[in-house]
Design a protein around this ligand. Structure first.
Ligand SMILES: Nc1ncnc2c1ncn2[C@@H]1O[C@H](COP(=O)(O)OP(=O)(O)OP(=O)(O)O)[C@@H](O)[C@H]1O
Length: 228
């Protein structure tokens, strides 16, 4: 089984803990990216695969192209060449259908310092801000109640009042909230850009513990400039 590969690029891709039976894999194959109007590739032949319900880590020095890769995975820009796709596997471990593109709407992304982008004055509004409206108010309310509760429980925010001002939360809780916002719709792939940046040691330990817990349920890719 391929574990990780990084080709012709200063970016390193690493996976932790493989499930014994893989049903889906997110893959990037020979991805190259050259910004429009420029001569040089930022990414050259980056390939890796990430099994469902696992945590992968992409690390590289500043300027190595991590943010560029993250934007490609989130569908915010398109590879110049290569592909990003999901491969499904049967119980026998063999691919059971053709690879499918990774739909951008199924990718959740938490950017660096997400708390800087909080817009609401209470936790509830922050979580539901920007949700796609469904037909019928009742449907929307049911959807909200169910998914919101699950997301809040997942990240350990259930003890926090939904009326609380997000800006008044501690650093670690602000990161939990940023995660809850993405988890409401259960993304196929959750990407976290430098999730520990700017946190004190205690908040870092909390977020690491939370990610260990979440990877049992979700496919997570962490992008970082170091491994500490
Ligand atoms: N649109 C663009 N046009 C030209 N060069 C670009 C463009 N976008 C990014 N770059 C360059 O590509 C390189 C990789 O950028 P990127 O932001 O992906 O790196 P990074 O690894 O995320 O860096 P950091 O850790 O500092 O955020 C940098 O040298 C950057 O200046």
């Amino acid at each position: 089984m391929a574990s990780y590969v990084a080709l012709s690029s200063p970016i390193h891709c690493k996976q932790f803990e493989f499930p014994s039976l893989i049903s889906r894999k997110s893959r990037s194959r020979d991805v190259c990216y050259r910004p429009p109007g420029t001569q040089l590739n930022i990414l050259n032949g980056v390939s890796f695969s990430l099994p469902e319900k696992s945590l992968g880590l992409i690390f590289g020095q500043s300027g190595s192209g991590k943010t560029t890769l993250l934007q490609l995975l989130a569908g915010l820009s398109k590879p110049t060449s290569g592909s990003i796709y999901v491969q499904k596997y049967g119980n026998d471990g063999k691919p059971n259908m053709s690879p499918e593109p990774l739909p951008p709407e199924r990718v959740g992304i938490v950017f660096q310092f997400p708390e800087r982008y909080f817009v609401a004055d209470n936790v509830l509004d922050e979580v539901i801000f920007g949700w796609p409206r469904q037909s019928g108010e009742l449907q929307l309310k049911e959807y909200l109640a169910l998914n919101l509760q699950r997301a809040v429980n997942w990240v350990g925010l259930s003890g926090i009042s939904l009326d609380k001002d997000p800006h008044s939360l501690s650093g670690g809780y602000k990161r939990r909230l940023a995660l809850a916002i993405q988890l409401v719709q259960i993304p196929d792939l959750l990407i976290l850009d430098e999730p520990l940046a700017g946190l004190d040691w205690k908040a870092r330990a909390d977020v690491v513990k939370l990610l260990k817990h979440l990877k049992k349920e979700l496919t997570i890719l962490v992008v970082s400039h170091d491994l500490k």
